[in-house]
Design a protein around this ligand. Sequence first.
Ligand SMILES: *Cc1c(COP(=O)(O)O)cnc(C)c1O
Length: 347
Amino acid sequence: MTHRAPEPLPQVAALDPYVPGKPSPSEAGSLASNESPFGASPQVAEALAAYASRIHRYPSPLASGVSAELARLHGVDPERVLVGNGSDEVIYLLAMAYAAGGRAVCADPPYRLDEIVPQIVGASVVKVPLKDWAHDLDAMADVDADLAFVVNPHNPTGTTVTREAIRAFAERSRARLVVVDEAYVEFADDPEAVTMVHETGGNLAVMRTLSKAYGLAGARVGYLVADPVVIDALRRIRPPFSVTGPSQAAALAALADTAHLAWVRDKTRQGRERLYRLFEAAGYEVVPSQANFVLVVAPDAEELQARLERGGVSVRLGANLELPGTVRVTVASDEGFELLERALESS
Ligand SMILES: *Cc1c(COP(=O)(O)O)cnc(C)c1O
């Protein structure tokens, strides 16, 4: 060692990094990270086991099998789909290709990565406060930006904006590229009434993930549906093998099991209602949600979190999501709900 370790780029040194949800004391009480408590399709385990004999080979560089299946599912050309190592990788690629040294606009509070990733590539980030817990698209449209992020349903609030509003936003926005993050859209009462996936092209792109409804958070598979020009740009810079072979196999198995998806959707919608009832009965206000979590307005947020933690339940403190005075609670399994009920009644 002859020299001191170098300073990183100033924007990296200044970064306020992502803080993941705390691991829970129990599997069923893990309600801090919006993972599916219902697990992945049983077919996924079989696909992973079967993949073992091929593990010495490189996988399809662009996850072509998965993107072909997604294209079929959405009725779009495969040239309009890019699969990434989680949608988080897609956010990095978008920021690198379109916003390096430029500007991004997102909601305040945002999905944290929409704020962090542009900063990493030296972009400034304009955050536009939510209005009634939802995106204020009129105000966001006035911001000169390279990238606009709209999360629909939003995380951490669970609120949606209408398709008409997004259409008007894409029309009027001063942002060069509008990215609609639909990580939770499968849980909406009527996903078809929320999604923009059939209207992508030009300056409008839609991002999806298999981490939530498909229960594949550990496999890291997300994707972008966009104009072929945008997809081509991201393919140029994407690390060739960023989605692992096992993850591609898991994704194909998960996408094929439509019955599992339908069951998860039903259970999640019922669980959302159960969360409203529980927290309202405990005297809290709950923001109506279209996602697999609810935002609970809790003046005693820290104390509430500590009480739940003692009962074996971890939730996300709003203070870590730029929303002090709230906690975010993911829909639970039946066992998780029992833990939660007991923990709420305790002191
Ligand atoms: C969970 C989540 C994602 C998913 O990210 P992956 O990298 O695909 O796991 C994307 N966007 C939002 C808003 C999320 O909450």
